[in-house]
Ligand binder design. Structure first.
Ligand SMILES: C[S@@+](CC[C@H](N)C(=O)[O-])C[C@H]1O[C@@H](n2cnc3c(N)ncnc32)[C@H](O)[C@@H]1O
Length: 363
């Protein structure tokens, strides 16, 4: 894990630091629209549920905000615009390409900035050790459009490419290694639990049978194995037949659920009183974790109902800001179909859980 300060970084921007608007430049021709847009030769990630996220975080001048999944910086840019010269944005991403995007964007941002290259769970642990306190922290989970659209990274079943799927190419474990070394039972469990794949057993069996003759090296070789393993009617129902297998492999390679489980409590502990934690998830495995985590923090007394008075003394640490997950509007879906599976949840910290509840006044 490394922290970088971009070239020319100052702890606080000087007066007159150039501020630019956050809108995409109108003069750049839009070649393709969708979950990602290719502007000239560069894929840009369109931030999902951006207005809704900013509305919930409500970032203000002088605050410290942690973007745990910087990606292309779409959300970070909008947040930073609100923080002003006295605010601080801390950005985290495990993908070195995000680090490059950050270095470019940082020159335009009005606030103090810092980038940490690494897994968000470890990075949040480091911030905690440093005594950093934040007014908001947020996650926009999963892959960025740039990752999906870079064919050689092997995330997409639509391109033939080496089976890689590492968000951090410096990591040892890749998808090829999982397919080559995991036992059939472990493969089946991963496909079932991480991909919610009904034909997990048959697919795992087919993978093991195939690798006895030749290793599975490319995305299209894997698609072929999966398609051959599932019954014909299932091949044509419920989207691409390899969709769930690819999801499971990607989650396993990047330990996405383990990372989330470790990161949520760390992010929560970093929040100041009145601070907001928000997360955008793209599948039910993540959303369930976020929902449970926030609900648990918002829960008060846990005494059995037959007790006449509370003896546990437990009080809620959180107020939920989203009773139900926020989803994309029809307008957003029309220009970004990737937003269809996005679920946003958020909560505000109202107590440290040590009986020190204070009236939380926001600004
Ligand atoms: C959906 S993208 C974020 C897009 C970003 N919000 C934007 O507006 O451009 C998710 C990013 O999170 C990063 N990421 C996912 N899991 C991570 C983890 N455990 N630690 C650090 N970064 C992670 C990915 O590398 C990817 O760049």
């Amino acid at each position: 894990m490394s922290t970088i300060l971009p070239r020319g970084w100052r702890s606080r921007p000087e007066a007159g630091w150039p501020k630019r608007g956050c809108e995409p430049k109108a003069s750049v021709s839009r070649l393709r629209s969708g979950p990602s847009t290719i502007l000239m030769n560069m894929t840009v990630h369109i931030p999902v549920l951006a207005g809704e996220l900013i509305g919930l975080l409500d970032p203000a001048e002088g605050q410290t905000v942690i973007d745990c999944t910087f990606g292309g910086g779409g959300h970070a840019r909008l947040v930073a615009q609100r923080l002003g010269p006295s605010g601080t944005l801390v950005a985290i991403d495990r993908d070195p390409e995000s680090e490059e995007r950050f270095a470019a964007l940082a020159q335009e941002l009005p606030c103090a900035v810092r980038f940490i290259h690494g897994d968000f769970a470890e990075a949040l642990g480091t911030l905690a050790e440093e005594g950093v306190r934040a007014d908001a922290a947020y996650f926009d989970l999963g892959m960025s459009s740039m990752q999906v659209d870079t064919r050689e990274r092997g995330f997409a079943y639509s391109y033939d490419a080496p089976l890689d799927m590492r968000m951090d190419p410096g990591q040892e474990l890749d998808a090829r290694t999982v397919l080559a070394t995991w036992e059939e039972r472990r493969l089946a469990a991963a496909l079932r639990e991480l991909g919610e794949e009904r034909h997990a057993g048959a697919i795992a069996r087919a993978i093991v049978r195939r690798r006895e003759h030749a290793p599975i090296e490319t995305t299209h070789e894997l698609v072929e194995v999966v398609s051959g393993a599932i019954p014909a009617p299932a091949r044509f129902a419920g989207g691409h037949p390899a969709k769930r297998t690819f999801q499971a492999l990607r989650i396993a390679v990047n330990d996405e659920l383990g990372q989330l489980d470790r990161a949520l409590p760390l992010a929560w502990d970093l929040l100041r009183m009145g601070g907001v934690l928000a997360a955008i998830s793209f599948h039910s495995l993540e959303d369930r974790r976020v929902k449970r985590f926030l609900a648990e923090r918002a829960r008060g007394c846990v005494c059995p109902p037959e007790l006449p008075v509370c003896v546990c003394g437990r009080e809620p640490q959180a107020t939920l800001l989203t009773r139900r997950a926020v989803t994309a509007s029809a307008g957003e879906l029309a220009h970004n179909p990737r937003a269809a599976s996005a679920r946003l949840r958020a909560a505000r910290k109202v107590s440290d859980g040590d009986g020190s509840r204070r009236d939380v006044q926001r600004r």
